[in-house]
Design a protein around this ligand. Structure first.
Ligand code: CO
Length: 134
């Protein structure tokens, strides 16, 4: 069911430092920081030939990644995002398989303006999984 890896999201305590590391040390193409107040994050996109890495930094006082950074002060991998053709079909399949869909179970409009769902990390090898309708 899942298709392409859309992105890997990494929570970072210092966005400038993380951006410089990807740009200068790893030699990747990076975007300018983009504030996404609706999602409580500032994002830098790292463009790779086959996918993206998103560097996430908290924005505002109700950021969904603040708790993660509290537990992992040096930062770390926050989630992986896989593309699906049909988010409702994916949601129903996850429920039928006994996987927990976070929140109220309804798709939300994600950071790229497309419908997304998040799946409980305990059901997926300790990794928070985002499904995005491509
Ligand atoms: Co994401």
């Amino acid at each position: 069911m899942i298709g392409r890896l859309n992105h890997v999201a990494i929570a970072v305590p210092d966005l400038e430092k993380a951006t410089a590391m990807y740009r200068d040390t790893l030699g990747a193409k990076v975007s300018d920081p983009i504030d996404e107040p609706d999602h409580g994050v500032t994002v830098v996109f790292v463009e790779l030939p086959n996918t993206k890495v998103e560097l996430l930094h908290p924005l505002g006082d109700k950021s969904p990644i603040q708790g993660y950074l509290d537990k992992n002060p040096g930062g770390g991998m926050h989630h992986v995002c896989y593309e699906v053709d049909d988010i409702m079909m994916a949601r129903d399949r996850m429920k039928a398989e006994g996987a927990r869909v976070l929140g109220d179970g309804e798709p939300k409009i994600g950071a790229h303006g497309k419908p997304v769902l998040f799946l409980h990390p305990k059901d997926f090898c300790g990794t928070l999984v985002e499904l995005e309708q491509a």
